[in-house]
Ligand binder design. Structure first.
Ligand SMILES: [Zn+2]
Length: 470
């Protein structure tokens, strides 16, 4: 017989303290705008030190930190942050393999069961996906992060929010629906992806039930636009879309955003997050960089090779320390995503936060071509900026030759729309991608729709752009 007391959700959170610590909208903007940089740093430092204290009880951290020469008490404030070694998803993978099933960074939580827990996971491109546990605080704060985004992006009480990601192992859809219902007064309509609710039905529901906001990946918004055109639905006339919450990927020149905004007749907002630390940044209606949830995440941008922190404005790997997570603590996690950070400033929307650039690429997808570093995802803007292409592409990397003549080769496969001059498209892609990457790459023009098996387009999770055959 189970003699453990049931850890009820309702009594596991001090709700008043939660909303005071992590203000949901509209209170977040006011709370942040009224804080000086010193006050914000003091708040971050307090939370950081609490998380460090907790982490010393977690074997994953205690062992790593001791091997780096640290002892409890050595980290006295944010000035000591750099003394703490960073970790990557590889370290989490090793922790999970050595201490199954959830790793020595989080097994403790299941052993104690002091609070309710939920398991979510990363996409996992090879082997089992990376599991992450959530306690009620991690779960609700993550939803508050999303709620801030929805309201900053124009969400209003009573708006129907159509969420076209499935509540599954991945947590974006869960975050969005919890954010809508618990923290922003939006009404979640959890249609799931096209695999769960067909794209035609998605559009019919949006039309009949008056969807005001969408949560969708950029690629799926394109599919919905094509579906609308094929089914005589006019996105601008027949739907009531006021805002779209999405993840644009590498869209430095804004081609994908413009394409989507033209098709939908509504503003499209970029966001950035990961399943372990939640929504780190979101755009507001001014679309001038991503507001950082500074009270929940401490960000560093580090040089991708030396791991040394860079000054504001420099592009490098984003390293995140979660200020709210205890199960598990996340301290100096090098996400290998390339981003740029701008110092804290007052935005025209009224919020005063650090800002992030959009996503610039994955540093672990870097390919060295004739001594030049190339990031495959960077091709997105070039491909999507050409109307003759469907916008879909995948970079295939392999090795040719052997010994001293061995080299890496990259072929960019680009989908062409029907009835276009493929020869001319090929020539233009070859020359534009050479300018973009700074080195010549092979280009292959392929039929519309043929890359879906490689990119995972239309399925759950982020679209893949690199096939590594090395
Ligand atoms: Zn703003």
């Amino acid at each position: 017989m189970n003699t453990k007391a049931i850890p009820y959700y309702w009594s596991s959170i001090d709700w008043e303290k939660l909303v005071e610590d992590y203000p949901p909208p509209p209170h977040f903007d006011v709370a942040m705008a009224g804080r000086s940089d010193e006050e914000l740093r003091a708040l971050q430092e307090t939370r950081f030190l609490q998380r460090v204290t907790e982490a010393w009880d977690v074997p994953f951290y205690a062992e790593r930190w001791r091997s780096a020469g640290l002892e409890p008490g050595d980290i006295r404030g944010l000035d000591d942050l750099e003394k703490i070694p960073t970790f990557t998803s590889e370290d989490i993978k090793h922790s999970t393999q050595a201490n199954p099933p959830f790793g020595d960074h989080q097994n403790f939580a299941l052993q104690n069961m002091a609070t309710p827990l939920k398991i979510q996971s990363s996409g996992g491109t090879s082997g089992l996906p990376r599991p992450t546990l959530f306690d009620p605080v991690a779960w609700e704060v993550q939803a508050i992060q999303y709620a801030r985004a929805f309201v900053a992006q124009g969400g209003e009480v009573g708006d129907v929010l159509q969420i076209t990601l499935t509540n599954s192992l991945a947590n974006t859809a869960w975050c969005a629906s919890t954010a809508a219902m618990h923290w922003s007064g939006l009404v979640p309509l959890t249609t799931g992806s096209g695999a769960v609710t067909s794209s035609v039905r998605q559009l019919e529901l949006a039309k009949e039930w008056g969807t005001a906001g969408w949560v969708a990946f950029g690629e799926y918004l394109k599919i919905l636009a094509e579906t609308a055109a094929a089914n005589d639905i006019d996105l601008r006339r027949d739907l009531s879309t006021r805002f779209i919450h999405t993840y644009l990927g590498v869209d430095t020149d804004g081609h994908l955003r413009r394409l989507l905004e033209d098709a939908w007749g509504a503003p499209v907002y970029d966001n950035y997050g990961t399943h372990e630390v939640g929504l780190v940044g979101y755009e507001c209606r001014l679309q001038n960089g991503l507001h950082v949830n500074d009270d929940t995440a401490l960000l560093e941008i580090v040089d991708r090779e030396t791991s040394k922190p860079l000054a504001d404005g420099g592009a490098g790997n984003i390293v995140v320390t979660s200020l709210h997570r205890s199960v598990p603590p996340i301290i100096r996690y090098d996400l290998k995503d390339l981003m740029r950070r701008e110092s804290r400033s007052l935005c025209g929307c009224g919020a005063r936060t650090t800002k992030l650039s959009g996503f610039l690429g994955r540093s672990d997808e870097m390919v060295k071509l004739r001594a030049t570093s190339v990031y495959p995802r960077a091709a997105q803007d070039t491909v999507q900026g050409d109307e003759r292409s469907t916008g879909e592409f995948v970079c295939v990397v392999d090795s040719v030759g052997s010994g001293i003549s061995a080299r890496e080769r990259m072929t960019v496969k680009v989908e062409a729309k029907r009835n276009v001059d493929e020869k001319a498209l090929h020539a233009d892609m070859v020359s534009r991608l050479k300018v973009l990457f700074g080195v010549a790459v092979d280009v292959e023009i392929v039929p519309a729709g043929s890359l879906a098996p490689f990119t995972g387009l239309g399925g759950e999770g982020k679209v893949k752009r690199l096939v590594d055959l090395r």
